[in-house]
Design a binder for this molecule. Sequence first.
Ligand SMILES: NC(=O)c1ccc[n+]([C@@H]2O[C@H](COP(=O)([O-])OP(=O)(O)OC[C@H]3O[C@@H](n4cnc5c(N)ncnc54)[C@H](O)[C@@H]3O)[C@@H](O)[C@H]2O)c1
Length: 254
Amino acid sequence: MPVSAYDLTGRTAFVTGAAGGIGRACALLLAEAGASVHCADRDAAGLDETAALVEKRGGAARVHRLDVTDRDRLRQAMASCERLDALAAVAGIMHRSTVLETRDEDLDRVLAVNFKGVLYACQEAARRMLAEGTAGSIVTMASGAVDTGGPGLLCYGAAKAAVVQLTKTLATELGGHGIRVNAVAPGWTRTPMTTRDDAAAQTRTEAAMARLSPLGRVGEPEDVAHAVLYLASDASCFTTGQILRPNGGVAMPW
Ligand SMILES: NC(=O)c1ccc[n+]([C@@H]2O[C@H](COP(=O)([O-])OP(=O)(O)OC[C@H]3O[C@@H](n4cnc5c(N)ncnc54)[C@H](O)[C@@H]3O)[C@@H](O)[C@H]2O)c1
């Protein structure tokens, strides 16, 4: 497969969670590969920073300030795209509470953002691709939490497991239309989500996470963005319904 299979020139990608962390890295890399990127997030200042970075590197970006739990806003934003070839549904939140301490409102909030927010984006993107006959690619953001249990990760892990199920189901439903659907399940990645105010505690956490990996380091947002670029591009044209794991080898499922 020639390197040009990664070329997204003339294509349009919609990225949620694009105001920072992994979503921003995805927007930057997809733009670098030639895509016109639409960046969606609830954080207006972060969105503007992302768009400025894309444009500084010679790319084209438009921003949409929205909450991914608002299906109508997602539909409007996608309708304003000139075309839609790829979705990266990256927006998400972290929540930690033990099973015994978990409240209904915690579970509802995490499922609303991390599962329904992804579901709505997938539904709206798929409708647009189907209506226009686009052989598009949908990429969802799961987590290494789907491979391992962990104290406090009930709400987060359950939502990410639901994202995996959504991904596999949608892949079977859309494959006949030439639309591919895959998930990325990153390991521990250095982003605002994983950054603590306490620098010493941060260093200890990163060292502990790095020791879990055969590669001896934690992930960077760009590590995940490269997986998203692969799945969004023709380089992965025979890949659908899969979970790609940029996790440093921390988990090695069959
Ligand atoms: N960082 C990691 O170690 C890690 C590991 C596995 C999976 N992930 C997943 O990757 C994705 C990105 O995580 P990150 O580490 O870059 O986090 P992050 O907190 O740095 O970025 C998340 C982005 O999502 C946006 N967002 C959150 N809720 C939103 C909402 N309701 N509507 C619109 N935007 C919203 C935030 O404003 C932020 O810009 C998440 O889905 C996360 O669960 C992260």
